[in-house]
Design a protein around this ligand. Sequence first.
Ligand SMILES: N[C@@H](CCOP(=O)(O)O)C(=O)O
Length: 413
Amino acid sequence: MPSNSSTDTTGRPFSTLASARQDGPTAPGFGRRKNGFCPKPIATTSSALSRDIVSAFEGNSNLFWAKRFGKKFIGMNDLWVKHCGVSHTGSLKDLGMTVLVSQVNRLRKMNIPLVGVGCASTGDTSAALSAYCAAANIPSIVFLPANKISMAQLVQPIANGAFVLSINTDFDGCMKLIRQITIEFPIYLANSLNSLRLEGQKTAAIEILQQFDWEVPDWVIVPGGNLGNIYAFYKGFKMCQELGLVARIPRLVCAQAHNANPLFQYYKLGWREFKAAKANTTYASAIQIGDPVSIDRAVFEVKNSDGIAEEATEDELMDAMALADSTGMFICPHTGVALSALMKLRRSGIIGAAERTVVVSTAYGLKFTQAKIDYHSGEIKEMACRYLNPPVTVKANFGSEMDELKKFLSRSR
Ligand SMILES: N[C@@H](CCOP(=O)(O)O)C(=O)O
């Protein structure tokens, strides 16, 4: 909930957002206090040039003005990226998991016989679950699809002492198994069909409104897999509308990978018939899900926010990630899916050049270094890797370095 302090929910001051806005897009009422408890952005004394650098790189807020990406690639001046992966275990799931594990802790203290907390995961949920359970001394049990999550994600529950089952199936298979087991056994299910998760995750939506001083963005784009995230954003925005903090909610876009796009297919066919499908391999591995548990909630969200479902092919999502990284971001492939959806919606004119748009970045980029290495090595089968930037191997002598440097400088002129 909004607080009286001049910090966001991660405890960071709002100064960067304020400085970005002074020199950036102007929105009516920005900086105006509509509500007594809304923190006023703090003005900084930095120069115009350093203001851009500060807003883009110093990271005092997790809401970044994507100035260069917006202007250079899609002709937008009011594009923002909400970096939800700048958090303890590196993903949006932290927000929901603190709430859920706190509640389980309370239940156990009330002698409710819960032997542990369990989840199926494509990597981020299990990382968050294991960290908070370890802190509360509660056993955590995680079901992971074998060889389908990144090394950086796998190491998190292992290091946090979770009981990790690596199962020879996909995420949907793991999800079915953990659901059966939690019916038979007093293990508390921590996936996003549990509304406690959504209660925590919806705070990201509230925080976006607070960071914009309760000016509602036109669009918010969220990558979608199990589909709890997008519904949590809807819930957060809707709650603020119902409380009278804002008059409307943003239009929400659920962005899916083409290889795992059941919501997109359902939307495209006019909601005629939902078909769960086996998800194909995608670099956006955290959303490689063919039978999302929150499908009904997501459909409700799309319909009630005048929303859209969009998709991105492997080429599109990896190129979008590379373009974003080239402007100083370091995003995960799922954020690449969301940016790629935005690029399509800009091209088709559905999202206008002046419309304030927030892209939700769900996880920290360093969790997905292998995807980036594959891309920049240019060795992905049948992928053009249009923006690859491989290191140049060169002999250790002055002449060779000078030659390569001159080539580089002539290209970048
Ligand atoms: N991407 C998720 C998949 C599970 O989703 P959840 O929100 O239902 O927990 C993950 O990180 O495991």
